[in-house]
Design a protein around this ligand. Sequence first.
Ligand code: ARG
Length: 696
Amino acid sequence: MRYFLVWLICNVQLVNTDAVELTDMFGEIQSPNFPDSYPSDADVTWNISVPDGFRIKLYFMHFDLESSYLCEYDYVKVESEDQALSTFCGREATDTEQTPGQQPILSPGSSMSITFRSDFSNEERFTGFDAHYTAVDIDECLEKSDEELACDHHCHNYIGGYYCSCRFGYILHSDNRTCKVECSDNLFAQRNGVIHSPDFPNSYPKSSDCLYRIELEEGFFITLQFEDSFDIEDHPEVTCPYDYIKITAGVKEFGPFCGERSPGRIETRSNIIHILFHSDNSGENRGWKLSYTAIGDPCPLLEPPPNGRIDPSQATYTFKDQVVITCNTGYNVLKDGVESESFQVECMKDGMWSNKVPVCQIADCKAPPRLEHGFATFSSPDNLTTFQSGIQYSCQQPFYQMMPNVSGTYTCNAKGFWQSPELGRRLPTCQPVCGKPRFSRSLLARISRGGHAQRGISPWIAMLHRNGRPFCGGSLIGNRWIVTAAHCLHEELELEDPVPRSSSIISPSSFTIILGKHRTQRRDDTEQHMQAGAIFVHPSYKPATFEHDIALVALSEEARLNDYVMPICFPDSVLPKDTMVIVSGWGKQFLKRLPEALMEIEIPLTDHALCKEAYAKLQKVITDDMICAGEKQGGKDACSGDSGGPMVTLNNRTGEWQLIGTVSWGDGCGLNDRYGVYSNVLLALPWIKEVTGVDY
Ligand code: ARG
């Protein structure tokens, strides 16, 4: 029986297979002849298919089939993608059979096939079934949440499909599912740094290839130190099939590394490193972090030079390390013959220093600069000029003195300059000592009567000499200037004429200045002949009235100061009338005779008003730039040939002789109620100082 039955079924199957293709989004399927009883030997299949992203919901409105053990005879079978979902038979409301009941059937995918079969008999006239189906949307975001194929970051469902998106900073991989990062453009050029997987210590992105390049100058060797916290997806049997980190250092390769064991420390001995980190489209691992340092080969130990030091001071120095060599105070770096404050050397990639350590050479002030009319003596017996050595400047005593009045002690400083506590690097000067004759007047009484001066008593007096005879006097100021009367330097000099015609200045080469002179027309052992270099007449000089009758003569060479040649000092205040002054000269005496030697007289200064009055009678004006001197009764006076010569007085406060006036003019010589007239030096002093530069 059974054998026969099988044959029959096979037979029916072969001849009576029906397949209905359904592609609408909804529809109804019924057993053949519904609602009448279904025929025997029926075999119908409905293949329902809906678009991807939908599934099919099947719902039975009516079900009435013959029931049998395991639904062997008549049945409805629901399948999806070759997988049986369920097989139904029997009739509703009896609890022994497998009927679909109220429960809808859902296909896992977008297709479903329903097969209805009946055997060779339907004696009880079962009515079969009536079912509806609809396509329903799949919420992939919910369904796939636990799966491998879920969206990496964000899932968005829509009817019939879904799409994925990524968090800020990530981009969707071409698999439309995983989120990767752009991380292949990382260049590290510093000597040390930290590198880690993206988002470390949160899990790293999927589907990413990150390239980290460390590129340093040749000569550096990079060392990597991975942190212990290391987590890259691995596999128990296969080496790093999914995610890995791989390091290339020149020809050397390190890795691939994965798993949870940190690679630790890697000394690459290379200056260019590429670190590739690959992740596949799955896995949640924390990644890795490393710090790197780069160091070069060490250079040999450096010894600081004697009297010097090295900064910074380290136990070892490697490639690119720089040290500065400086010297102790008073020493200078000497390198290739050049002195400097400091010198820098650098450790090179070959492990050699860029240069030799220079030496520290003691600062040398060298020979002290020459001081005119002075000299330097060394404090040390072997004339040292190096740092901290001392020298002592002195002036040629007693004719020169130091200006300003300082000790003259200089010490060689650390910079190699002679330095004084008062003047710093400036030098003092040696200025001529003025108004301090070596010889003092022995017999004042004799002077007051007028008479021959002692030799050397007026060492500042100058004789102006022309055409074989003296013609005027003058006074030495400083060591190369003569003060005289302006009218002395006029052409067509008329000794007798008190008011010379205005004419031009004589040529400097036409006369001689004789210093150290005593005798009028005979040679003195002490005399010094000088030439005039230039002549400066007071700008306000008026030949017609003798106003500002004062002039300066520059000597073409310095006077040699000695006991017989010495300058006169400048006046420092207005003197009261009756102050005694001394006038000297080689001028004519009474009876128009030239004296044997230098003459001098001592006379009082005359009251200006009195003098003015005396000369008013002669229609001659005594101006403020003139000083008068002489006694009312006359007798003692300068005379022709004395012009330009000195009128001096002793400043009791300083003990120095000062130049008060220069012999200018008078009415006759030594007449009663007439006075000698002199040019006022104090008034002309600003001009004298400006022209000569003398200021003592
Ligand atoms: N003018 C005269 C000369 O050229 C000097 C006159 C001085 N006379 C006098 N009485 N102080 O030398």
